[in-house]
Design a protein around this ligand. Structure first.
Ligand SMILES: *[C@@H]1O[C@H](CO)[C@@H](O)[C@H](O)[C@H]1NC(C)=O
Ligand SMILES: *[C@@H]1O[C@H](CO)[C@@H](O)[C@H](O)[C@H]1NC(C)=O
Length: 396
């Protein structure tokens, strides 16, 4: 089994683009300085013990037929998805903008990407000018890359030029409207009450008046703040266009992504490769027979924030409980409490992130054998022992 865990920042960005993963939405403090959580917090954990030893034993014995194996790797049937197309019923650019819309996006790269699509849609609904979105630094990923460092900004503006007004920077008249300005007081131009999955009408009723009074509105928090349903078809198409046409990675991230996929698909024979030479063409060293082919990539989102936020019990005893409670307090300052549900209830409601052990069982149950090449995309799996849990299954 090969683990791809020690990714550097730009590699993670590139890999993030490769994986489409729905993360549960939760909202770390926006605009309040985050106490940097001590990375040693989890050293307080007792080693979690495997919790499903019986299942594990069964899983290790599991034999899958060749037919099951073939099914497992065959492409999904056509789900009926069609590319989004431009259509004639899209309203043209208005003569005049209603004002500036600013968004501050939290979450990981996938959530931020969705947030960018939503921001364009909201700018369209309001006939406003979108200020290039600000990407917050997530307390877990710690990635301080800006929009321009990740996405080709000129391409973005160009693709959307007939749909909305976009500006890279606010005119000097509004230069006061910064993240710091909103972090340090209650401001009339900040809209922080957008409900989850708000409707287009909500924006027209609550944001348009602010634009008309002040010429600018800053939306934060903004993750998941636009509905998926009951929006005009041209707004949905516009969101699609942002995601699939307007947002492209800058060339060096694309190159890195391609190099990564290539390396994942055709791993070099000898181990110990990597380091800073990840962009080198290694095709010569590749053992096509042995290495080429199928692999599983997992975004094992079992990081300490997920574990802490869930308030679930992961089998690490009292020390684990205390460490998680402490981390919850640091990150959410009492706004995320220990759940009123018992661990069993939480688990039955599907509210606990799957542990590496559970993911291993799931993979085995799906029919992946112990020879499957498995790549992990992750920040830091919660506990070193978590790796052991995966290894337990795949390299007993
Ligand atoms: C993999 O599983 C098979 C049974 O399906 C078993 O015979 C074999 O020993 C396992 N290999 C390893 C490395 O665990
Ligand atoms: C936006 O512009 C379109 C086309 O010019 C117009 O039909 C619509 O009423 C405008 N909406 C707002 C909120 O200004």
């Amino acid at each position: 089994m090969k683990l791809l865990v020690e990714l550097n920042q730009s590699q993670r960005v590139a890999l993030g683009g490769l994986l489409v993963i729905l993360l549960p939405c939760f909202f770390p403090t926006l605009f309040t300085p985050l106490g940097r959580a001590s990375p040693s917090i989890f050293s307080e954990w007792n080693a979690p013990k495997p919790r499903h030893l019986q299942l594990l034993k069964g899983a290790l014995q599991l034999q899958t037929s060749d037919r099951q194996q073939a099914n497992l790797w065959s492409p999904l049937a056509n789900q009926g998805w069609k590319p989004c197309v431009d259509s004639a019923d899209t309203p043209l650019l208005p003569k005049k903008s209603q004002g500036y819309v600013q968004v501050f996006l939290d979450g990981g790269l996938n959530q931020q990407r969705m947030g960018i699509c939503d921001a364009v849609a909201v700018a369209k609904i309001l006939n406003a000018t979108l200020v290039i979105p600000h990407l917050e630094v997530n307390p877990v990923w710690q990635d301080s890359s800006s929009f321009t460092e990740i996405f080709d900004i000129d391409h973005f503006i160009n693709v959307l030029k007939d749909d909305i007004f976009i500006t890279k920077e606010l005119p000097s008249k509004y230069s006061w409207s910064t993240r710091e300005y909103y972090a340090t007081g209650i401001r009339a131009t900040r809209i922080k009450t957008a409900p989850l999955h708000a409707s287009a009408i909500w924006y027209l009723e609550n944001v348009l008046p602010v634009l008309q009074s002040y010429g600018i509105a800053a939306l934060a928090p903004f993750s998941h703040r636009l509905a998926f349903d009951n929006l005009p078809a041209y707004i949905q198409r516009l969101r699609c266009k942002v995601n699939f046409e307007a947002l492209v990675f800058v060339p060096h991230i694309k190159a890195l992504g391609e190099a990564l996929v290539n390396r994942i698909r055709y791993p070099p024979i000898e181990s110990g490769a990597g380091g800073t030479e990840y962009l080198q063409d290694r095709t010569n060293e590749i053992n096509h027979k042995q290495g080429a082919g199928k692999f599983v990539v997992l975004h094992l989102r079992f990081d300490k924030d997920m574990a802490a936020h869930s308030a679930c019990d992961f089998g690490g005893g009292k020390a684990e409980k205390m460490a998680l409670a402490k981390y919850r307090q640091v990150i959410w300052q009492g706004r995320v409490l220990k759940s009123q549900f018992t661990d069993e209830e939480l688990r039955n409601q599907g509210r606990c992130p799957l542990t590496p052990e559970e993911i291993g069982l799931l993979l085995a149950a799906l029919g992946f054998s112990n020879t499957t090449r498995l790549y992990l995309a992750s920040h830091k799996v919660c506990h070193v022992l978590s790796h052991r849990r995966v290894e337990l299954l795949y390299e007993p």
